[in-house]
Ligand binder design. Structure first.
Ligand SMILES: Cc1cc2nc3c(=O)[nH]c(=O)nc-3n(C[C@H](O)[C@H](O)[C@H](O)COP(=O)(O)O)c2cc1C
Length: 151
């Protein structure tokens, strides 16, 4: 059984390419050692991240991430158990919204095309996690204010 956890947050300052790269490299190193996989999405200063792995590993990692001063308004969106990973082999994939207001966006970090393909194909048998993530990249639904209950 795999635990999936999805949260959303807002950058605490303007993230540059170096900041994102440093974060991703450290995350991949740690997640690789822990058997955690997932996908980090970035759009207009907002993060959305899927963590998946053994239940305790995912929950302990989320507790650490939630304390990280590099982001705020950390809000858990969905938690679900699944049989298979959505992002097998991805210690932490990265994808950003390719376009905002019809214009291409380049942050200097390239979206992991393979991870994005997995997201595009992911079904939603146990929860709407994949659909929520695809919607985030597409700019659907402004994030609710912190404290507003989400399903
Ligand atoms: C948006 C965001 C996503 C992160 N994702 C991960 C991750 O997937 N894995 C990880 O080990 N750390 C991740 N981190 C970093 C952790 O918050 C934390 O800095 C890191 O685990 C080191 O923890 P420590 O300072 O307690 O040693 C992330 C941080 C942010 C701001």
């Amino acid at each position: 059984m795999i635990r999936r956890l999805l949260y959303r947050s807002r950058q605490a300052y303007e993230f540059g390419t170096d900041d994102l790269l440093r974060l991703l490299l450290a995350a991949r190193r740690y997640n690789g050692a822990q058997g955690v996989t997932g996908l980090l999405l970035f759009r207009e200063g907002l993060f959305m991240q899927l963590l998946e792995g053994a239940r305790t590993d995912v929950e302990m990692l989320y507790a650490r991430i939630a304390q990280d001063p590099r982001h705020r308004e950390v809000e858990m969106l969905q938690i679900a158990d699944g049989v298979e990973r959505m992002m097998p082999g991805w210690q932490m994939g990265y994808a950003q919204a390719p376009q905002i207001d019809g214009k291409d966006v380049f942050s200097g970090l390239v979206t992991d095309a393979g991870a994005l393909q997995l997201l595009a194909r992911a079904g939603d048998r146990s929860s709407g996690i994949a659909a929520t993530m695809r919607g985030f990249l597409a700019g659907e639904g402004a994030p609710p204010a912190p404290g507003v209950a989400t399903r």
